[in-house]
Structure formats: C-alpha cells, structure tokens
Write a protein that binds this ligand. Sequence first.
Ligand SMILES: [Zn+2]
Length: 225
Amino acid sequence: VHLHLHETDGEVASAVSMSGMRPMARMTQLGLMNERLIAVHMTELNAGEIDQLVEHGVHVVHCPESNLKLGSGICPTAELMARGVNVCLGTDGAASNNDLDMWGEMRSAAFLAKGSSRDPQVLPAAEVLAMATINGARALGIADETGSIEVGKAADFCAVNLDEPETQPVHHVISTLVYAAARHQVSDVWVAGRQLLAQRRLQTLDEADIKQRAATWSERLKQWA
Ligand SMILES: [Zn+2]
C-alpha cells in the first residue's frame, strides 16, 4: 500500500475532527500498519507514532522539496533512520514540486536534516545516496533485484560526467554526487541492461513528440482554468 500520510498538520487535524483519530491510528485500526505500507511525507509525527513505525517496519518516503515548497513541514529523517526505519527519497508529483529532480531531492534532504537538527554530521552523503537508491528498492520489496550494482541484480544504473568544471576537482565521489553534481551531468542511463539514454540523447522516446504533447496539454489545461 502506497499512501501519502501525515503530510501536513492541517491534514492530521481534519482527520481528528472528522474521525476523532489521527490518520496513523486509523491505519492501525484497519490493520494496514506493517512492512507492506509505504508512507509518503510523514512530516507530522509524535514520539508514539515514531515508535509504531519502528515496531511495524513501515517504509517512509521523504519528499523534501515538495514539503518545502508547500510549507508542509519537515520529516524527521535523521531520527527515523537512527531508529532503523527505512527512509527513501521521492519527488512527490509535478503539481507540488515542479522539476522531479532526484539530484535536487538528495541535496535538499541532506541540507534539511542538517539544518533542522543543527548538526552537520546527520545524514551524511552516503546515507542520502542510499535513500535515493537501495532504500527505495527495499521499500518496494525488490532490493534483491535492483537498488545497487551487484552481481546477480538487474543492470540498472546511470553514468554521471563529473569531468565538467563545476564538479572539479573530485575529492570524494559520493560527496560530489550529492552536494555538487546536477541532473544535466547524467550522460547515460541503463534499465535492466537496456540503454535508455546515450550521451544525453533519449534512445526509446521521441523528445520532439514529448514536447509537442506537453504543449498540447498546456493549452487544454488553460481551457479548464
Ligand atoms: Zn504527496
């Protein structure tokens, strides 16, 4: 079950006024608090609710840029991860983020955790990279198939060109990826061994057609506005 849960204090308050229960209590009552629940956002958590996440092995998806843009609040990622909760990284939808850029999400997740805890040592770069990769695969229950580059797993990976002036010199590859690299530096992408991006050119999708369809839908949305 994938559910956007405890996204804002207003959402929690309206659930309480309608049902007398916070949403997580309702989920517990429905028998949905378990390791098959993927809970997105989770910015409004009390101590008892954090205990429940730990106890039931619920996965959390942190969407830092959506939470920041919409003023939703801050998910206590460092605390959750220290308690052993699997926290992965998402973008939320285009209506609340706008760029769906996982590189931006990685950097924002790191900065938000450090800034809100006033501790530059929480959520180090390697943990943030894990949130964007293997932790997501764990949440989906497919960590034995993807999420890291290992013999026996699917060939799912991208190549990042760190040779550009803005990421030179490279002292530490993971720090450079998380704190300095940007999405335009992704040069090649493979999914299950099939190359979908080669030297920044889409291999299976028609870019002109995508732009044309975006323009068409933009016009239609204006008619509904
Ligand atoms: Zn959402």
